[in-house]
Design a protein around this ligand. Structure first.
Ligand SMILES: [Zn+2]
Length: 287
């Protein structure tokens, strides 16, 4: 149970009626530009492998993809969760906006959903064009895969909760080291670019009784993959989380971990693919 004080305020006379009001969706997505079927189809045809990056267990690696290329994240040796960061290859300040992606598409993403970029950009950076775990749906616990709830495991939270233990292979640190190496940045500067992730293959939800964030062993198996169409030129970072399948622990060397494979393909759409246009808001903010 969370560390909460007992409730102090009795419900008002109409409390039950207030609670019975039906919810409305915050962001109805009927007006959101949907990913056309033709794009999903094109991203699955004429695949030609252009690059391969192996992400070792408890490490991260960077990769690059041009607009119109397909990034495939593959489970290869055993159940493993991957923490994904993506940036505009030409401007690291434009990066994945997990919170708005969650607000628009829900707590987990699958085929047809898009990965949106941070303000003031807010455009699709990548779109999910294939998901071999789309059969999973939402399980009896409320769990689903490819989470955009979680942030990334990090040594600060671990230090806080463990009473001071220093662990250096949390996804936050792995991504920091990988970005520093890829861009030739000092570690402290690279760290500032690490952001909330897409937790690829991670199975999570919120408990119904306490509203707490939970994880459970990922249903991913070797051969499973998540495919993303790059909508702009991308730099990516992927960490093979020290939590392995995230079925018990993270932020330690105690559980079995496996590598992940990133493959970058040309596809039928790649030649001349037009990057996602900038957001149309004029940025005047009422001034
Ligand atoms: Zn992690």
């Amino acid at each position: 149970m969370p560390n909460r004080r007992p409730k102090e305020t009795p419900p008002p006379a109409d409390g039950a009626a207030r609670a019975a009001i039906a919810p409305v969706i915050c962001y109805p997505v009927a007006t959101l530009p949907a990913l056309p079927e033709a794009v999903i189809d094109g991203a699955r045809r004429a695949l030609v492998l252009r690059d391969t990056v192996l992400v070792p267990p408890r490490q991260a690696r960077c990769f690059r993809a041009r607009a119109g290329q397909v990034i495939r994240i593959r489970c290869i040796d055993g159940p493993q969760v991957g923490d994904l960061n993506i940036w505009n290859l030409h401007d690291l300040s434009e990066r994945f906006f997990s919170g708005k992606t969650r607000a628009l598409h829900g707590t987990h993403v699958t085929t047809g959903d898009r990965l949106w970029s941070s303000l003031p950009h807010l455009r699709p950076m990548a779109s999910v064009v294939a998901d071999s775990l789309d059969w999973y749906g939402i399980d009896a616990y409320g769990g689903a895969v490819h989470d955009v709830i979680g942030t990334r495991c990090d040594p600060y939270t671990h230090c806080l909760l463990s009473g001071g233990d220093h662990y250096h292979h949390c996804c936050h640190s792995n991504l920091t080291r990988a970005l520093a190496a890829e861009m030739g940045l000092p570690v402290a500067e690279a760290e500032r670019h690490i952001h909330d992730v897409l937790n690829v293959f991670m199975c999570t939800g919120f408990t119904r009784d306490t509203g707490q964030y939970f994880m459970k062993a990922s249903p991913v198996r070797p051969g499973d993959h998540l495919d993303l169409l790059a909508e702009i030129d991308l730099l990516g970072g992927l960490s093979a989380c020290p939590g392995g399948d995230c079925g018990s622990l993270h932020s330690s060397d105690l559980v079995q971990c496996f590598p992940l494979l990133v493959e970058v393909f040309d596809c039928a759409l790649t030649p001349g693919y037009q990057p996602a246009p900038a957001n149309r808001y004029d940025r005047s903010h009422g001034v």
